[in-house]
Design a protein around this ligand. Structure first.
Ligand SMILES: NC(=O)c1ccc[n+]([C@@H]2O[C@H](COP(=O)([O-])OP(=O)(O)OC[C@H]3O[C@@H](n4cnc5c(N)ncnc54)[C@H](O)[C@@H]3O)[C@@H](O)[C@H]2O)c1
Length: 751
């Protein structure tokens, strides 16, 4: 109620302000309004004091005032709605509005007024949205309420409804207007995955009516507005030919729609195991709305109610916290670097080096990619070209952009005459050669001698201490660790590791490079395994312990996927490589003591000795046929049985689905807590973000620290103590957890 009164008061104020100067140019705080020749009003969103337009109360109130003004002004025939920002139309609703809501009703009261506002926009004089840059969430819902949409062809222009990623749904009419405009079959994937679409695809699916060069966008929108006003522009969005027939069968009949909803539900259940409520709720809302008609009273009501319910779920609160955490990590804590990196040298064109080169060159940086061997270089260049080419096939990149990007890379080997000369221009080196201390020391010395004095040297080592590697450096203040995850083009996290001599400017430059590469960046301490792999160690160790304790490979994977992980630990070890996983375990052993190595290491050693290294050798814990699904390796099952007999220990009996989940999760979470206790990570936010983006810790649980908060530190500690008494000291809770339990504290007290 309070919200509505507040909104009404602001609306009256804004209307009065705008009606005073309707026909000439006029400006509100956030929405500019002017009338051009021929009676076309130009309405420009320009939220004050920020680079990005987001829909908040102030902006909405001003906009409502402007709309009333232009509807009542006889000089206005039609309007163009655009943004005053360089690279965004409206990037979505202000998420803080949602987090302030304490009840579902408060959330609903955000949704209902927006329905009324966009209905007002959709009625009356023709409105054309001129879209340049991100047009997401509430921004797209606004554009959908316009009568015509023109998008700029800028690579920064994207359209989408990403609300599902925050555990909610589009609450300002998106679930109604999108299917009404582009059909259920096109609308459902957009809403259920939250994926963005580019202008060309948006045009194909009739989400936008026209695409124009950014320089001609306003002109094209004004022309469309004039055409709509004088009736010379007729918009025909009706599907044609086969598509018309398909739509008639699927969307035009109850049977067809039920089939489409069932398929969508099955797909969501398959992909999420039902742990995310939002996509299922979206389908419910669409089903109700399809029955009563999109944009009907019942449709809007179903949307508002579901919006309120979802906003109060712990899943949504956790996903929003991840969003805020990720946004926080986008800000370079070491400030803006003084120097810009124009040329980056990547050493080693293997799996990691080629990946690092690819994510850097696609952001417009020149790359020198050097490998010791011509065949190594050729393999790396091929990996990059294939990846870029895949993007052109998926129409995420044009062939021109692919070729332009490839032209930024210079491939070099020792046999190229004067290869050293190229490196005299390098601003930063990222090394990804074999994991060998002597080799890395040798190349640090070699490249510091030929690169300019300002050049930063970064290493992508996974296990060698950065401090040890820095011993070979003549410019230790410019030496740093940049630890990427495989495959680099897909994995979103970058860990930055300083050694005691690394300067803040070098850290700022490495952080900035990570952001440029599109990574979520965290800074962690130089300890074995850094943060992510260190915590993964006890988790994987427990997975092996549970296996020897009686659970099967399939049971363990199923339990963890059900818990929300993208893959189970048994599949993960096959993907990483069993030999690699075993060697990471060994690296951690010296440091973690009894917190690792509790599972019998002999089993993995025997599996490795048999040549079962995982996917890379076609056989590991699973068998990977060239085509078709993987199956459990029966030879390994036999080896597990044998090992169980050799150990001669009876099963603890703690192998139920819940025990498997809690045993693995508690050991992971405990290690993250120890990392916070020992300042390996700077804050619980960094810990949550690292876990979610580094190993796929279930995002709807918000990360390990949010998980403890939701559990209650006291209950979490009690659970660990029970496991400790039954299974051993590897379950001893971290002191910080015990302290938080005693003091009844939360890691995220604001939640
Ligand atoms: N693979 C992963 O999952 C992963 C993840 C994070 C970090 N790392 C680390 O990244 C580094 C590279 O790993 P990778 O998996 O890409 O290995 P890789 O074996 O695929 O590639 C290494 C490449 O380095 C080249 N090379 C060797 N000596 C060289 C030299 N003197 N100059 C130039 N090139 C040289 C090799 O020819 C090879 O092409 C290692 O330090 C590894 O620990 C790997």
């Amino acid at each position: 109620m309070m919200l509505r009164v507040f909104a009404q008061r602001r609306l009256l104020g804004a209307t009065a302000r705008f009606s005073r100067a309707a026909s000439s140019a006029t400006s509100g705080k956030n929405v500019r309004y002017e009338i051009e020749d021929d009676g076309i009003a130009i309405v420009t969103f320009d939220l004050q004091g920020t680079k990005v337009n987001t829909l908040n109360m102030d902006l909405a109130d001003e906009f409502k005032g402007v709309m009333s003004t232009l509807e009542s002004d006889p000089k206005v025939r039609a309007a163009v709605i655009m943004s005053g920002k360089e690279d965004n139309f409206i990037a979505g609703a202000d998420i803080n509005m949602f987090t302030k809501c304490k009840t579902a009703e408060e959330m609903e009261n955000l949704s209902r007024p927006s329905h009324a506002m966009f209905d007002q926009l959709a009625s009356g004089k023709p409105k054309v949205a001129a879209i340049n840059g991100s047009c997401l969430g509430g921004g797209l819902e606004l554009a959908l309420a316009c009568h015509y949409r023109v998008a700029s062809s800028s690579p920064k222009t994207v359209l989408g409804l990403p609300e599902v990623m925050l555990g909610i749904l589009p609450g300002a009419g998106g679930t109604q207007r999108l299917p009404a405009l582009i059909g259920l079959q096109n609308a459902m994937p957009l809403m259920l995955t939250g994926k963005n679409v580019k202008p060309s695809k948006a045009k194909r699916m009739k989400l936008v009516d026209n695409v124009a060069d950014p320089s001609a966008l306003k002109h094209a929108a004004v022309l469309a507005a004039k055409g709509l006003a004088d009736g010379t522009l007729k918009v025909d969005r009706e599907p044609k030919g086969v598509q018309k027939l398909i739509n008639k069968v699927i969307e035009g009949t109850e049977f067809g729609r039920n089939f489409a909803f069932k398929k969508a539900r099955d797909m969501v259940m398959k992909q999420t195991k039902g742990v995310y409520p939002a996509p299922l709720k979206i389908i419910d809302v669409l089903e109700t709305s399809a029955k009563h008609g999109f944009c009907s009273k019942a449709g809007y009501e179903a949307e508002a109610k579901a919006f309120g319910e979802l906003g109060m779920t712990p899943e949504s609160r956790a996903l929003v916290s991840i969003y805020f955490g990720q946004t926080a990590c986008k800000k370079n804590p070491y400030g803006k670097p003084k120097r810009k990196e124009n040329t980056v040298g990547v050493l080693g064109a293997g799996l990691m080096g080629a990946g690092i080169a690819e994510v850097t060159m696609t952001k417009g940086v020149d790359i020198l990619l050097k490998d010791a061997k011509p065949e190594g270089l050729a393999r790396g260049l091929d990996q990059i070209y294939k990846n870029l080419n895949k993007k052109t096939k998926k129409r995420r990149m044009t062939t021109f952009e692919r070729d332009q990007t490839m032209s930024r890379i210079v491939g070099l080997t020792d046999s190229d005459a004067n290869w050293q000369k190229h490196f005299s221009h390098a601003d930063m080196i990222i090394e990804a050669v074999f994991e060998n201390l002597e080799l890395k020391h040798k190349i640090i010395k070699q490249f510091e001698a030929i690169t300019p004095a300002h050049c930063v040297f970064a290493t992508n080592t996974s296990a060698i201490p950065i401090t040890k590697l820095a011993e070979a450096s003549s410019r230790p203040e410019q030496f740093i660790g940049m630890h990427y995850f495989s495959p680099v083009d897909k994995m979103p996290l970058l860990e930055i590791i300083r050694h005691p001599g690394t300067s803040d400017e070098t850290t700022a430059r490495a952080y900035d490079m990570g952001l440029k590469q599109g990574k979520t960046v965290i800074v962690v301490k130089d300890v074995p395994g850094f943060y992510v792999n260190r915590c993964l160690g006890p988790y994987s160790d427990e997975a092996m312990a549970v296996l020897l304790d009686g659970a099967s490979i399939e049971e363990i994977d199923r339990a963890m996927v059900k818990y929300g992980y993208p893959v189970g630990p048994m599949t993960l070890v096959d993907e990483v490589g069993i030999d690699t996983a075993a060697s990471v375990g060994k690296t951690l052993q010296g440091d973690l003591g009894e917190r690792i190595g509790t599972a019998d290491p002999e089993l993995l050693e025997k599996v490795v000795a048999k040549g079962f290294l995982g996917r890379k050798t076609g056989k590991g814990l699973h068998i990977f046929p060239p085509r078709g699904k993987k199956t459990v390796n029966p030879e390994v099952v036999e080896m597990i049985e044998e090992q169980r007999k050799l150990r001669g220990k009876p099963s603890s009996g703690l192998t139920s689905v819940e025990d498997i989940q809690m045993r693995l999760v508690s050991r992971f979470v405990n290690e993250t807590a120890l990392c916070l206790q020992h300042d390996i990570i700077g804050s619980p936010v960094v810990g949550d973000i690292g876990a979610v983006f580094g190993i796929g810790f279930p995002p709807f649980r918000g990360g390990p620290f949010r998980l403890v908060d939701a559990f209650g530190a006291d209950k979490f500690v009690d659970m660990m103590l029970r496991y400790r008494d039954a299974l051993g000291p590897q379950f001893e809770p971290a002191q910080i957890l015990k302290d938080y339990a005693k003091q009844n504290r939360k890691f995220h007290p604001e939640a």
